[in-house]
Design a protein around this ligand. Sequence first.
Ligand code: AMP
Length: 214
Amino acid sequence: MNILFLGAQGSGKGTQADILATKVGVPHVASGDLLRAAIAQNTSVGKQAKPYYDRGDLVPDSIMVEMFLERLDEVDAKKGALLDGFPRTLAQAEALDQALGRVGKAVDQVIYLKADPNVLVQRLANRYICQAHQHPYNIITNPPKKPGVCDLDGSTLYQRSDDTEEAVRRRLEIFFSETIKLLEYYREKGKVQEIDAEQPIAEVTAAIMRALSL
Ligand code: AMP
């Protein structure tokens, strides 16, 4: 089962996909996490992607498609995956459909996590993630038990380099002008279910589980 989490930055895609991955038994695959790992390791892809990433711009489709499809080809994703952050453009969505179609698979369901942009800006300003596995926290609404330390793996929490005010504005602008087109793309295929992402985390999880009949 391939489930796509669609939503603007700060809508809770990563948080919900982490929770659901354990319940569904398929990996949470996040394009942003793949990029952050490539940038941290200073790979050739990481070096190419970094300037786009830091500005909050989209990394070119050619880089993203190859990187993401390679990850989906790994053995743990054979049964399916929770897709987070990819696709973000129509060209990526088409490339994904073609690649999955070739092996008799598809994006089965799309969960759209809907939230007001003002709520998203607030959430991003308070967001921290952990060094080891990028587990997300919010210092107001979802703080770690011990300040600055990940509950799950004990690693240090930090603020992302693209969670600056300017890059946040740019990323939200791109989401609501570009990535939002994917809603129509998947709606035409009858795959989209919309969830109110402004609710508390546990309620959003429950709504997603109902939507997916889990
Ligand atoms: P995220 O962690 O999903 O918010 O992604 C962080 C940044 O990585 C984005 O602002 C883009 O610069 C880049 N990025 C992640 N996924 C994609 C994608 N599918 N296409 C283009 N750029 C991406």
